[in-house]
Every structure is written in C-alpha cells, then in structure tokens.
Design a protein around this ligand. Structure first.
Ligand code: SAM
Length: 369
C-alpha cells in the first residue's frame, strides 16, 4: 500500500492500483474529472436551496466522495458503496485517515443496482464510474434520484461508444456506427442518448452540462422529473446522414450526399442536442481556477463552443481538397466574415464546429485565405 494526496484528500491505495485486477482501483489519470466534479458540485450546491446528499456507488478507494466531503461546502452526506469487500475496508480506513465525522457518511457493500432500488429518491447527485460500459448500471439509477438532481456517467469502452467496434456499438447501445471524422463526439453522443433513453422510460429528462474525453468518455448532466419535458427532449435524438467521402453531416435520412452526390451512410440514432451548458461551464471554470486546478482546457473550450452537432476535422477536409492546412485563426476569421458561426471544440484539438455546411467550408478553404 502507498499514500497518495489528491486535492485535499490523503488516501491509501494499493502499490499497483491502475488495473481492474488490482485489489482496489485508483487511477490518478481520473483526477481531472474528479477536480471538475468538485467544482461542479460547489456550483450546483450554490444553486440548490438545501445541502446535498451524494451517492458514490462504485467508490473503490473512496477518493471521489472523500474529496467532495472535504472540498465542497454544503454536502450533507455521502453514501459510499462498492461491490468489492476489500474496497469497502479501504474506504473505511481512508475516511478515518481524513477525519471525516461519522454522521457525514454511510458505507454499503452491495451491487449498486440493488442500492439504487433500495434508496428511493434519496440522492441529489450520483456518479456512475464503472470499469468498461455503464449499461448495466443505468436501468435502476432513476429510482435513487431526487426529483431535481444531477447524474454523472463515465465509460471506458471508448471503442464501442465511438463506433470503432461497430457490432459492439449496435449490440450494447442500439446505435448503428461507422468510422467517422468526429468519433469523439460520436462517442459522447452515444453515451448521452443512452442515458437520455434510459431515464426517459421513467419520465426523467437528462440535460448534459459538460463532458470529458480522455481514455474514457464522461458526461455530467441535470435530471428532472416531467413527462412533457422528457418527451420534448427526445426530439434531440435522430438518425444522421454521414458522407464518408466529403464528411458532410445532415440530421435526418438522405440517401445521397447533397455535397458530392456519393451514397450517405445512415448512422445513429444520435443525440443531436446540446452537449454542454456554456454558462454553467463558465461558473465551473471560475471555481476550478480559484482552487488552482491546472487542467481546465476542456471546460474552458466548453465555454467557447457553439451549440452545433458534429465537429469537422480541418486536416481531413484539407487532405480531401489537396490543399494546405491554413492557420486556424485565419480560417475562423474568413468563416466569420462570410457570416458563419465557428468555434473550436473541447472534443478534438483539430476539430471545429460551425453552422456552415461542408459545401461552404470547402468553398472558403479553396479560396485564398
Ligand atoms: C473504475 S472503479 C471506480 C473508481 C472510483 N470511482 C474512483 O474515482 O477512483 C469501479 C469500481 O466499481 C466496483 N464495482 C464493479 N461492479 C460493481 C457493482 N455491480 N456494484 C458496485 N460496485 C461495483 C469495482 O469494485 C470498482 O471498485
């Protein structure tokens, strides 16, 4: 065992902790997502009129819940759970090490699906953080959420979510996939639409607030009970026509690409609504900066990103056009001068989002910048 410090938490973890075969899992590579959730919960608490009850249903070392208890004002209680008894022993030790008062936590050792069913409408925030896919843990989570709450869902089966493993994507998520130039957004979209569909069965709306893509995909959103709102939210799920030749993307079904005339691939159903809330991200960003969290790049990008589905990859388009890749700032200026909205995306360093169609993008790239 070794001592680790993350945020204000000091924890004990196994020497080799970054493997699902280790007796208890701890990955320092997820610290950024945990930093962001500390800041998000601080913002979320300020907007709520009461202290928050949190569920860390796959807690492993307990680092996430311990950090929330130590770093966020107004956390009433954290319920820690893990199916692995060794994790539960470590959580107890880590809570004592951090001198967390006993009334601030409960510890359970069960399948989190059972926990969700037992703890009806108890939680303001639940953070699902499994090994691999979250699909086994989404069907019951609705039961444990309060009427207005927040839910975070992580996934490490990025190959399936992003469409690289087409048959797994279809089997697991019910989404027809292709290899695309926007595979990270495809992955986030698949994750969001899975959560949206699962909660909609119980008249609960899921509205994404921000997302991360690293060795994992993760989305954080608000949940709200309401039949009509839930139904309206489903309008944000659609099949998409994708041209693998020129990268045209159209919401809905079009047999042929309107740009190059080649046959489209029909992919989805995909989430085509907002994947982030820029105003909230701005508040989260300010909180992260005030705490000295250094890695704020993706949250900053969320504050700047326009709400258009599906980024384009400038290198891929230029390769198709056999033209040089321009300076991004020059290209952005030209697009804006031609009346188009354009921004970078938090999902890809080479990506950009715009309300222009591929035809207009090509025209501007072909003209002298
Ligand atoms: C990726 S780790 C969680 C990491 C942790 N949230 C963190 O921030 O360090 C996944 C954890 O889920 C636990 N787990 C797997 N299946 C479970 C289930 N059905 N119910 C509860 N816990 C489960 C594993 O024992 C493991 O500790």
């Amino acid at each position: 065992m070794k001592n680790v410090a993350e945020g204000k938490a000091k924890i004990i973890v196994p020497e080799e902790s970054v493997s699902r075969n280790s007796c208890v899992f701890y990955n320092p590579g997820m610290a950024h997502a945990r930093n962001a959730i500390v800041s998000f919960m601080s913002v979320f608490r300020k907007k709520a009129d009461h202290d928050l009850v949190v569920c860390d249903p796959m807690a492993a070392s307990g680092v996430r819940g311990i950090r929330l208890l130590k770093e966020v004002n107004g956390i009433e209680k954290v319920v820690f759970n893990d199916a692995n008894p060794e994790a539960v022993e470590l959580i107890k030790n880590n809570l004592e090490l951090n001198k967390i008062p006993k009334e601030k936590y409960e510890i359970e050792n069960k399948d989190c699906n059972l926990l969700f069913l037992e703890r009806k409408r108890e939680f303001d925030f639940i953070d699902i953080d499994p090994f691999g896919s979250p699909v086994n843990f989404l069907p019951n989570v609705w039961s444990a959420l309060k009427k207005d709450a927040s839910l975070a869902v992580s996934a490490t089966d990025t190959g399936a979510l992003s469409g690289s493993f087409r048959s797994t994507c279809e089997n697991r998520y019910g989404v027809i996939a292709e290899k695309t130039d926007f595979f990270k957004e495809f992955g986030i979209s698949t994750l969001v639409q899975t959560v949206v569909r699962e909660l909609a069965k119980h008249d609960i709306v899921f509205s994404p607030l921000f997302s991360h893509t690293q060795h994992y995909f993760r989305v954080v959103g608000l949940t709200q009970k309401g039949k009509e709102k839930t139904h309206k939210n489903l309008e944000n799920i659609s099949l998409v026509s994708y041209c693998p030749e020129c990268y045209s993307k159209e919401i809905g079904v079009l047999e042929k690409c309107p740009n190059c005339g080649k046959p489209n691939k029909i992919i989805g159903p995909m989430w085509v609504g907002k994947t982030k809330d820029s105003e909230l991200c701005d508040e989260v960003l300010k909180d992260m900066i005030s705490r000295g969290f250094r890695d704020t790049k993706d949250i900053y990008a969320c504050t700047q990103e326009i709400d258009e589905p599906f980024y384009y990859d400038i290198h891929k388009i230029c390769k198709n056009l056999k033209s040089e890749v321009p300076k991004l700032s020059d290209f952005f200026e030209k697009m804006e001068n031609n009346g188009f909205q354009i921004s970078r995306t938090h999902l890809s360093d080479l990506g950009f989002k715009t309300d222009a169609k591929i035809k207009d993008i090509e025209k501007i790239l072909k003209s002298k910048l």
